[in-house]
Design a binder for this molecule. Structure first.
Ligand SMILES: [Zn+2]
Length: 290
C-alpha cells in the first residue's frame, strides 16, 4: 500500500501544538505518517503558567521541555525529531539585547539546512509545513525556521548539495501555517458577546492592522479538522510550563470553535505538482506509486 508522509517543521516545542496541530492529528489518524521536526530545544522559553513557576522547574527547563514534547507528540499521534539547536530566546527591551552566543538564529544557515536536509532525505515527506517570512510572529527562531525550511526544501532534491546527507528527495509541496487570523478571532469574540460576555480578544482585535488580512490575501488551503480540536488542546496543555491553562486561548468552548471555524489554514508556498486553488487537502494533486 502506498504511504503518504507529512513533515511539520517548527521552531520550539509547543509550536507544533499551536500551529496546524489539529491538521497533523487528523492526517496521523487517517494513516498518513506525520513527523514533527523541532529545530531548537526551547531552553529559553518563559514559564507562562503560574502554577509551574517553581524553583525546581527553572533549573531543569531542557529536560522538562523534552518530556512535555514527548507527551504532546503522543497525544497528536505523530513521530518527533529534535534538530538539536539552542533556542535564541525572544530579545526584549529597547534597544533589544544582543542574541546569546551560539544560539540558533546566529548559527550559519548552512548548518541547520544540512541537518534538516538529512532528516528530509531519510523521512522522505511528500508535504512539508513551516512558517512564512515573518515567522508568524517575530521571534528570531521563527524567522530562521522559515529560512531553513525554504533552503532545505530547495536543497533536499539536489544531488549537488549536501552529498553526504543522504539520497536526494524532492518534497512535492511546501506550506506556511496561518493560524492567527483576524476573521476567526472576531467570530469567536462576537460569539462571546452573543452570550452576554466580553470575549478575551478585544485588545488583539483593536491593534490589528486592517491591511494585515492574511486570510483574504494569503490562505490557499483550508483543512477541515474540527474533530481534532480537543486533541490539539490536550497537546498544547502537555506543554505545561509554556501554557497557562486558564489563558485566553482556552476560553472559547470547543463546540463554538467547531461550529464557527472548523478548519485550519495554510498557504501553498511552493509546489512541484500541478495544483488547483483553493484546496481542502495538503496532499491534493499528489499521486504516489511507491
Ligand atoms: Zn516558538
Amino acid at each position: 500500500m502506498s504511504e503518504l508522509r507529512l513533515m511539520a517543521v517548527h521552531a520550539h516545542p509547543d509550536d507544533e501544538s499551536s500551529k496546524g496541530a489539529a491538521t497533523t492529528a487528523r492526517y496521523a489518524d487517517e494513516g498518513v505518517r506525520v513527523m514533527v521536526v523541532t529545530l531548537t530545544g526551547g531552553e529559553r522559553g518563559d514559564i507562562l503558567n503560574p502554577a509551574m513557576d517553581l524553583p525546581e522547574v527553572h533549573g531543569r527547563m531542557t529536560e522538562i521541555r523534552r518530556d512535555e514534547m514527548a507527551k504532546a507528540a503522543e497525544i497528536l499521534g505523530v513521530e518527533h525529531h529534535w534538530l538539536g539547536f539552542v533556542d535564541s530566546g525572544l530579545p526584549e527591551g529597547d534597544p533589544p539585547p544582543p542574541l546569546p552566543d551560539g544560539c540558533f538564529a546566529l548559527v550559519p544557515l548552512e548548518e541547520p539546512t544540512e541537518s534538516l536536509v538529512r532528516v528530509i532525505r531519510k523521512f522522505r515527506p511528500h508535504v512539508m509545513t513551516t512558517y512564512d517570512e515573518n515567522g508568524g510572529y517575530p521571534h528570531p527562531d521563527h524567522i530562521r525556521c522559515h529560512e531553513v525550511s525554504i533552503a532545505a526544501y530547495e536543497a533536499a532534491g539536489d544531488h549537488m548539495l549536501f552529498p553526504d546527507a543522504g539520497e536526494p528527495w524532492n518534497v512535492l509541496k511546501l506550506y506556511y501555517n496561518h493560524g492567527f487570523l483576524r476573521k476567526r478571532m472576531q467570530l469567536i469574540q462576537d460569539e462571546f458577546a452573543k452570550h452576554g460576555e466580553v470575549g478575551p480578544f478585544e485588545k488583539w482585535l483593536k491593534h490589528w492592522e486592517a491591511d494585515h488580512d492574511i486570510f483574504e490575501k494569503r490562505v490557499t488551503t483550508r483543512v477541515e479538522c474540527a474533530k481534532y480540536f480537543a486533541q490539539r488542546d490536550d497537546a498544547l496543555r502537555a506543554h505545561a510550563t509554556q501554557i497557562d491553562p486558564n489563558g485566553d486561548f482556552f476560553r472559547a468552548p470547543i463546540e463554538w470553535q467547531q461550529r464557527l471555524w472548523p478548519t485550519e489554514e495554510f498557504e501553498l508556498a511552493r509546489s512541484r505538482v500541478p495544483v488547483s486553488l483553493p484546496e481542502t487537502d495538503l496532499f491534493a494533486g499528489i499521486e504516489i506509486d511507491e
